[in-house]
Ligand binder design. Structure first.
Ligand SMILES: Cc1ncc(COP(=O)(O)O)c(C=O)c1O
Length: 394
């Protein structure tokens, strides 16, 4: 498909727009696990669905094109994609990982890879000197998540990829929060992009899926071999749901992001909020890095209440967002990193990274921003009333 079309158009008009056999305007779901071979001497393109399936293949080609890569891979979850990518490394290798990485990736690195003799160093990747200093003779990977989860720190993908290239190591980027609509790491020098497609790409809180995209053929062949060996492939129904979600990615992202900007400004003027973390606020420490490498700040922000008690009352009074794990859906989702996404992180480690007991993460959905702000306002009022009452009876 021509690169001359804008991204929005390319979300819909790709080589899988029309099924060549029937003219159907939706990719057919091929449930077959195995495929009949017509000749002993010449096997067809498809033989067994773990190795290759036409429905999954369509999604893999679509995400590869959108990320500006050459080859895509679809996995049964974001963690399956991330874990399979980590299997590219071997005993004795060392990896450098962004400090406030997603809790599941933290668990994989600290509780699984370590058992296979793969060492790690966590680094605040907003500090490029620290990144370079962390590289050792056996380092093979710089693992970036930007904006990071849940503190929305922004790492400079281009600068980090440059450091990686200088030292002959790979750069992998978890692009879940941005999606290729807002940020394309391969164009900034990264080697591999990862997604929890459970989030914005599918977008409706009804699918668990993971994606990976590479540019380099050799890396693509290695990852294909691991996908086939480890076998954590995405099922065909889920592949179809992700493809359907991708068609509306830009309109969903635009609406959610516009609302996120309004909510971030509302929150930063609330005296009961200690901190608002959002790369769309000009006071965000990496505001300019974000503007330079992405086409927007995204639709996820975090904010900090005084303490866990206030947070509990706030959540109890909130009516619109669902209180749940996950993000990137049509409905707004508010989550509690200390007990949800980062529960796998030991408490002292979590607090050292700034993930306090008063921190909430908000993924802004498609509700009207005005309604969301009204809901937040009434929840804050209830918290303040209850606090005033408590003070009074002391
Ligand atoms: C940034 C990020 N990466 C990876 C994952 C893991 O994805 P999944 O839940 O699809 O396995 C998540 C899940 O929340 C995430 O937020």
């Amino acid at each position: 498909m021509s690169d001359s079309y804008t991204f929005d158009t390319r979300l819909l008009h790709n080589k899988h727009k029309i099924d060549p056999t029937t003219g159907g305007v939706s990719v057919p779901i091929q449930h077959a696990s195995t495929f009949h071979q017509h000749s002993v001497d010449h096997f067809g393109k498809y033989d067994y669905s773990r190795s290759l399936n036409p429905t999954r293949e369509a999604l893999e080609e679509i995400i590869a094109e959108l990320e500006g890569g050459t080859r895509g891979f679809a996995f049964s979850s974001g963690m399956a994609a991330i874990s399979t990518a980590f299997l590219l490394f071997s005993q004795g290798d060392h990896i450098v990982v962004t400090e406030d990485v997603y809790g599941g990736s933290y668990r994989m690195v600290t509780q699984v890879l370590n058992r296979f003799g793969i060492e790690h160093t966590f680094v605040d990747m907003t500090d490029l000197d620290a990144v370079e200093k962390a590289i050792k003779h056996n380092t093979k990977l710089l693992y970036v998540e930007t904006p990071s989860n849940p503190l929305l720190k922004v790492s400079d993908i281009q600068a980090i990829s440059k450091i990686a290239k200088k030292h002959g190591v790979y750069t992998f980027v978890d692009n879940t929060f941005m999606t290729p609509y807002l940020q394309r790491p391969l164009e900034l020098g990264a080697d591999l992009v990862l997604h929890s497609a459970t989030k914005f790409l599918s977008g409706h809180s009804d699918t668990v899926a993971g994606l990976a995209v590479v540019k380099n053929e050799d890396l693509g062949n290695k990852l294909y071999s691991l996908q086939n060996s480890f076998g954590a492939i995405l099922g065909v129904q889920d592949a179809w749901l992700v493809m359907r979600g991708i068609k509306t990615l830009s309109v969903r992202m635009n609406q959610s992001q516009d609302s996120a900007v309004k909510i971030a400004h509302f929150l930063k003027n609330k005296p009961s909020i200690k901190n608002v973390y959002y790369p769309g606020l000009s006071e965000h420490p990496q505001y300019h890095v974000q503007r330079g490498q992405a086409e927007g700040p995204g639709a996820v922000l975090s904010f900090e209440l005084e303490n866990a008690e206030q947070l509990k009352r706030f959540i109890e009074n909130l009516k619109l967002p669902v209180f749940a794990v996950s993000l990137g859906a049509v409905e707004s989702i508010i989550s509690y990193p200390a007990k949800m996404s980062h529960a796998a992180m030991p408490e002292d480690e979590r607090k050292r990274r700034g993930i306090s007991d008063g921190l909430l993460r908000l993924s802004v959905g498609l509700e009207n921003a005005h309604d969301l702000i009204k809901d937040f306002e009434q929840a804050f009022l209830s918290v303040n009333k209850q606090s005033a009452y408590k003070e009074g009876i002391r």
